[in-house]
Ligand binder design. Structure first.
Ligand SMILES: Cc1ncc(COP(=O)(O)O)c(C=O)c1O
Length: 429
């Protein structure tokens, strides 16, 4: 099926003249698959429509927050209602208190929470709070985990353990990453080693409890529990970056799903239902380090914006009172990703399908993917072919081998069957 994308292409031509790469976030550029991006006009339910009028089944879901589907009526209405009162006051509002209370009452490991404007800000602030609380500087992160683009987190992921991070981006001074150590995902020994090398210096271990920025890499049995134990032993703060998994794997995110209690949690887009929001929260004694109570400075003019809070709180309340959604998403995930696995085997491909609940990823490699090194064995050219063929059939996947597919409550069984049919045709071709 060939679709006209003339209007998208014309927009891209204009965009590249005024916006670096033509996009406001790099993955949108479709650079990894050698295409130009589709410009989106609107979205509804599980469908997204480009400016040329093409309709796609959307598995990006705005990178996660649209867990109820696009343009969910109750959320849209809450936004319209909030707008009628004004867009931003830069002052305290009741809805911020409601949001904080709602999260703290329903998520047992969160005693206090602070709203920010993005996942990047949430992580940057949580790391600062952990450093302020422990009086230590070193942070352990994992190769292949993405925690936003603050300087200390932009560390190049080497093949193994790294005691001192090398900046992964121009413009990041080496001094900013020298205290960022890198361990291997799903490898507790690598964490032990770093903790021994930096005895008494590790402020925090930060982890995506399900790796979702190197494709999808679930934690091995005992990995998160092991991190909890190591952090307890070394009195380091355990931070779960739940920007992807929060309110998605379960209402209480990965912490509830795996029954492991972090000290701090970072959230992103999902708590704003697609509005620009992030948050970090957790143990009271750590959060009370944050200004104006404590000496860890962190601020934001638009933080807790009333429109974003209205959207986010409506979504969270809906999820909380419809927790059957999580079972439904897990069943749909099993249908979609499980069937893909079967289709690959039937056709003699050794490719991997990693999945957990609504998150999934087809890795174009015969190697089991458990960490960043194994994820990188994927044949990205084969992925690009698959991506383009799927797009041509009206299936909107993330334009990179190393991103997740997101199912929402709006993806029906019929839509999943349609997706599988398209995937079968692409694999045959
Ligand atoms: C796990 C994780 N942490 C942090 C971030 C950064 O969030 P943002 O893009 O809102 O700054 C992302 C972005 O997708 C993410 O996936």
């Amino acid at each position: 099926m060939t679709k006209s994308v003339a209007l998208s292409e014309a927009l891209f031509e204009r965009a590249v003249k005024r916006i670096p790469g033509g996009v406001n976030s790099p993955v949108r550029a479709y650079g990894a698959i050698g295409e130009s991006p589709r410009f989106i006009d609107r979205a509804d339910g599980c469908y997204i429509y480009d400016v040329d009028g093409n309709r796609y089944i959307d598995y990006i879901d705005s990178w996660g927050p649209m867990i109820l589907g696009h343009n969910f009526p109750a959320i849209r209405e809450s936004v319209v209602k909030a707008c009628e009162k004004g867009l931003s006051f830069g002052c305290a509002t009741e809805i911020e208190v409601e949001m904080a209370e709602f999260i703290c009452v329903h998520i047992p490991h969160i005693e206090m929470i602070r709203m920010v404007n993005s996942g990047t800000e949430a992580v940057m602030s949580a790391v600062r709070a952990a450093r302020g609380y422990t009086g230590r500087n070193k942070i352990i992160k994992f190769a292949g985990c993405y925690h936003g683009h603050s300087d200390a987190m932009l560390v190049s992921a080497g093949s193994g353990v790294m005691t001192s991070g090398v900046p992964d981006s121009a413009g990041v001074p080496a001094g900013c990453t020298q205290d960022t150590m890198t361990a291997v995902y799903n490898d507790l020994d690598s964490v032990r080693l770093l903790m021994e090398q930096a005895k008494g210096e590790v402020a925090a271990v930060i982890v995506e409890p399900v790796g979702a920025n190197m494709g999808v890499v679930p934690p091995a049995k005992g990995f998160l529990e092991g991190l909890r134990g190591l952090c307890d032993k070394e009195q380091a703060v355990l931070i779960f970056d739940e920007v992807i998994t929060g309110f998605r794997l379960a209402f209480g995110g990965a912490a509830e799903y795996f029954d492991v209690k972090p000290d701090l949690v970072t959230y992103g887009k999902i708590i704003g239902a697609g509005m620009p929001v992030g948050a970090y929260g957790g143990r009271r004694e750590i959060m009370e380090m944050v200004s104006p109570v404590g000496k860890v400075y962190q601020a934001g003019t638009l933080s807790g914006n009333p429109i974003a809070m209205a959207a986010g709180l409506t979504q969270l309340k809906y999820l909380h009172s419809h927790q059957e959604i999580y079972k439904d998403l897990a069943e749909k995930g099993q249908k979609l990703y499980g069937s893909m696995e079967r289709m690959l085997r039937e056709r003699g491909f050794g490719y991997q399908v990693n999945h957990i609940s609504s998150l999934g990823c087809v890795f174009f490699t015969d190697t089991a993917v458990t960490d960043y090194q194994s994820a990188k064995t994927s044949d990205t050219a084969a992925f690009a072919e698959y991506f383009k063929a799927m797009l041509g059939m009206g299936i909107h996947l993330a334009p990179s081998q190393f991103e997740a597919m997101f199912l929402s409550a709006a993806h029906t069984d019929e839509v999943i069957s349609e997706t599988l049919e398209a995937a079968g045709k692409c694999l045959d071709a």
